[in-house]
Design a protein around this ligand. Structure first.
Ligand code: ADP
Ligand code: MG
Length: 245
């Protein structure tokens, strides 16, 4: 896109035709994706299909060999992670990586060290406590004493401390009990209602096609299908592959 041309306002993130390598191994092939402000978008795919690589590339942990990534009309594909966090993208990594020997509060504060978030730390902390009352109750406890579900809440709460416009969630529900997963998705909707756009990665197709507005289905490094979830649920190919119909 010509630099003089403004992005349409309804596009928050635009990933265009990216190829991404891990060493000599190509993990993403010509992947494109668009997210509008206020959407909940899912990336669905089996283990190894490139979902985490896509999130890591948006976050600047890996850089694309080809293609571009624009956030609010600005090309971010060569920027470093700290810069991308400051622009308003926050990634909650797979496997709830909390600092086990720090308290809940200390873990949350770590999420707010970027320049943009520092001045809004107290406000964002209260927001995290409001969304996850259990984190407030346990703010002085070491993170390692929390249950798996509570650690996921802490990980998500920490992601919100950087004051993001867009949050990237990698396999939030992995290994959690269904009742907790329901609760986490309810909170995701509340986060979206507070104005934060959400891109989440899931292996669970049914869940994703219920919780998201739109979804992208990936197979071995490529996007093979995308669209509104209601439409995807009716696709023969999706029914056959994922719903046994
Ligand atoms: P997913 O998150 O969908 O499970 P990943 O993005 O983690 O998939 O991985 C996509 C592919 O890239 C897999 O084949 C994986 O083995 C490979 N891969 C991921 N990270 C690395 C790495 N650091 N070095 C080499 N290959 C990697
Ligand atoms: Mg992954």
């Amino acid at each position: 896109m010509a630099s003089s041309q403004k992005m349409p306002e309804e596009t928050l993130l635009k990933v265009s035709h990216i190829d991404v390598f891990h060493g000599s191994f190509q993990a993403l092939w010509d992947v494109s994706l668009t997210i509008r402000p206020g959407e909940i978008v899912a990336i669905i795919g089996a283990n190894g299909s490139g979902k985490s690589t896509l999130l890591d590339t948006i976050s600047g942990l890996v850089h694309p060999a080809k293609g571009s990534i624009e956030f609010e009309g600005k090309d971010i594909s060569a920027l470093e992670p700290f810069h991308i966090v400051d622009l308003g993208i926050s990634q909650v990594p797979e496997g709830r990586r909390v600092f086990p020997d720090l308290t809940v509060l200390e873990n949350l504060i770590i999420g707010s060290y970027n320049r943009k978030a520092r001045s809004k730390r107290e406000q964002n902390l209260q927001r995290a406590y409001h969304l996850f009352p259990v984190l407030k109750e346990r703010k002085s406890q070491l993170a390692k004493t929390l249950s798996g579900g509570e650690q996921q809440m802490l990980s998500l709460g920490r992601g919100l401390m950087s004051d993001p416009k867009l949050i990237l969630l990698d396999e939030m529900s992995l290994g959690l009990a269904p009742i907790l997963i329901n609760e986490l998705y309810r909170i995701l909707r509340e986060i979206r209602d507070r104005g934060i756009t959400i891109l989440f990665v899931e292996q669970n197709v049914r869940r994703s096609l219920t919780e998201a507005d739109r979804a992208y289905i990936m197979e071995v490094g490529r996007v093979v299908l995308s669209g509104d979830v209601a439409k995807l649920r009716e696709e023969e190919r999706v029914k056959k592959a994922y719903f046994g119909a």
